[in-house]
Design a protein around this ligand. Structure first.
Ligand code: ISL
Ligand code: CA
Length: 569
């Protein structure tokens, strides 16, 4: 193998273009806006930018529903703007990694429009069309071909009334899944990837790339105890041909180029350490690194991500330990706390009140001192906190909106549903980048598409530039001892140590329930769809003396998030 590739010592910065900077005053961030802020990126010392999708899109999932792979969304700019951006980044010694969303297209992509034109369409087989099946699935509208539940709530099948057939969409109905079994689909994707590389980009972040190989027999998934939809995950994630497809992609797209110069990172919900070793072993020629979800699933309960649970710091450390060791001798880790799908790290893993700065600093130290390539998501460098989402009118994210709609329709209390969205919803990280304390936080002249964070006057880039040394919080404070009971999640090993019979039964309660005791977890424990660690829930006694700031931060990590248990003392 050649010398270390550049990304072994690089820091990558993720830009969510709609929320970064709006140059033309329409309320939506754009490419010219990015070009105006290259100083900020260079000053931070980032080596490469990962751009979330900028291709033409109806915007059902903010660009993750693509209707043309080889163009720029006119709302965001032009190909000329794009070429200027690549040139300007390269001139400053920074690289550009593009988002590649090829598990699905938009339903408005010409491929799908053709495919949907009828069963005889030459592109019919480019997507997953299946006839209705006899019988009616409980909780669905009709005779869906499988019982799988979508990432965005509800069934994964959409009926096409004209043909009477259904098409598969693991995400929204406007994101039909491409059929990677069809070699023409794969060649079309590879052609498009070569086109972007020829234009000068430096790599790809591959959206849900572990979902492109499905079990073609499409078996039903296990149904959780509350009896709604089934968990299709074992049948569509890391399917039988996943390694074959990635190796083929490597040969067809990257071979013959200076592969050491390019970066590939696969986004892989639910990936295990063992899988990641295979995906990132350089000898196998698949990917350079993967985004795994273990640590960002630790607060997902048996009812899915919106069933938010308290975070256990020990579990978090154990997870990092597993991944650091697991990829120490082969493969490579990517490191992240934040991205456009996760709540803000300071609010989730730290203290976003009095210890905001200390928490953000500690979290950064933990991230950047591990082995792997760290990713910083826009605003993370400012220690931004979760959005202040008041009512469902503030929501923009399709995942949260769909969850809200279905959960409330099924009788859940709307305020409780909002509360979980406030804690875990994706809009938390999508508020406009606060550049200054000016109007709209300096994001742009027009009211932005999603509300600016109300704290922008204190938490913004200009203010932090003027602050030569971030203040540290006082370390004085109360001493004394708090003994409290708390619900906490434990890995299955520690559950058995604690006596699993004391754990609560795993009853999925939310509409997004993807309880997987049926998968590989021991009885009465679960794992979330994204995080491979099995967990149970135990009542345990913690005693802590709140004597120092660090200690209090730890305590708050245990308790502040955990409204589930009853606390005494
Ligand atoms: O958002 C999530 C956190 O729970 C995940 O379920 C997420 O949908 C999953 O990680 C896949 O994410 C990627 O693909 C989605 C898109 O909505 C996300 O923004 C993207 O990062 C579909 O393209
Ligand atoms: Ca704009």
């Amino acid at each position: 193998p050649p010398i270390d590739p550049w990304w072994h010592s690089a820091v990558i910065y993720q830009i969510y273009p709609r929320s970064f900077a709006d140059a033309n005053g329409d309320g939506i961030g754009d490419l010219r806006g990015i070009l105006q802020h290259l100083d900020h990126l260079e000053d931070l010392g980032v080596d490469a930018i990962w751009l979330s999708p900028i291709y033409p899109s109806p915007g059902d999932d903010n660009g993750y529903d693509i209707s043309d792979y080889e163009a720029i969304d006119p709302v965001l700019g032009t190909l000329e703007d794009f070429d200027d951006l690549v040139a300007a980044l390269h001139a400053r010694g920074m690289r550009l990694v593009m988002d590649l969303v090829v598990n699905h297209t938009s339903d408005e992509h010409p491929w799908f429009v053709e495919s949907a034109s009828g069963p005889d369409s030459p592109k019919r087989d480019w997507y997953w069309w299946r006839p209705a099946r006899p019988g009616t699935l409980a909780g669905t509208s009709g005779a869906e071909p499988t019982n799988w539940e979508s990432f965005f709530s509800g069934p994964v099948w959409q009926l096409d009334p004209a043909s009477g057939e259904y098409y598969l969409h693991l995400f929204s109905a406007k994101q039909p899944d491409l059929n990677w079994e069809n070699p023409d689909v794969r060649q079309a994707v590879y052609r498009m990837m070569r086109w972007w590389l020829d234009r000068g980009i430096d790599g790809f972040r591959m959206d849900v790339i572990n979902l492109i190989s499905k079990d073609p027999s499409l078996p039903d998934g296990a149904v959780p105890p509350d009896g709604t939809l089934g968990d299709g995950f074992p049948h569509y994630a890391a399917g039988p041909r996943i390694h074959e497809f990635l190796q083929e992609m490597h040969r067809e797209v990257f071979a013959g180029r200076d592969a050491a110069d390019l970066l590939t990172v696969g986004e892989m919900p639910g990936a295990t350490v063992e899988q990641a070793r295979l995906f990132t072993d350089p000898e196998r020629r698949e990917l350079d690194m993967v985004f795994q979800f273990d640590h960002v699933g630790l607060d997902h309960g048996p009812g899915g991500k919106f069933d938010v649970q308290p975070l256990d710091l020990v579990e978090l450390k154990a997870s990092f330990d597993r991944w650091q060791r697991g990829l120490a001798d082969v493969g490579w880790n990517s490191l992240y706390w934040n991205n456009h799908d996760q709540p803000r790290a300071v609010s989730r893993f730290g203290d976003d009140g009095a210890f905001r700065v200390a928490s953000a600093t500690a979290l950064a130290a933990v991230l950047h001192l591990q082995r792997g390539t760290p990713y910083v998501y826009q605003g993370e460098e400012l220690g931004m906190t979760n959005a202040r989402l008041r009512t469902s009118d503030d929501l923009r994210d399709i995942e949260s909106l769909r969850h809200y709609e279905l959960a409330v329709a099924s009788g859940q209390d709307s305020e409780r549903v909002m509360d979980s969205i406030r804690r875990i919803g994706r809009d938390n990280a999508r508020t406009p980048m606060p550049w200054s304390d000016e109007e709209n936080g300096g994001f742009g002249s027009h009211h932005p598409w999603i509300d600016i964070h109300p704290d922008f006057a204190e938490v913004n880039a200009r203010q932090q530039r003027q602050d030569p040394r971030p203040s540290s919080p006082s370390t004085g404070g109360s001493s004394g001892s708090d003994t409290r009971n708390a619900w906490s999640q434990r890995a299955d090993s520690s559950c058995s140590r604690l006596g699993i019979r004391r754990c609560s039964p795993t009853v999925a309660t939310s509409t997004t329930g993807v309880l997987s005791s049926s998968r590989t977890c021991p009885a009465r424990s679960w794992r979330s769809r994204e995080s491979p660690t099995c967990r149970c829930q135990c009542r345990r006694r913690l005693s802590c003396s709140a004597t120092s700031a660090a200690r209090r931060t730890r305590v708050s990590m245990h308790y502040r998030r955990g409204r589930r248990g009853s606390f005494s003392g």
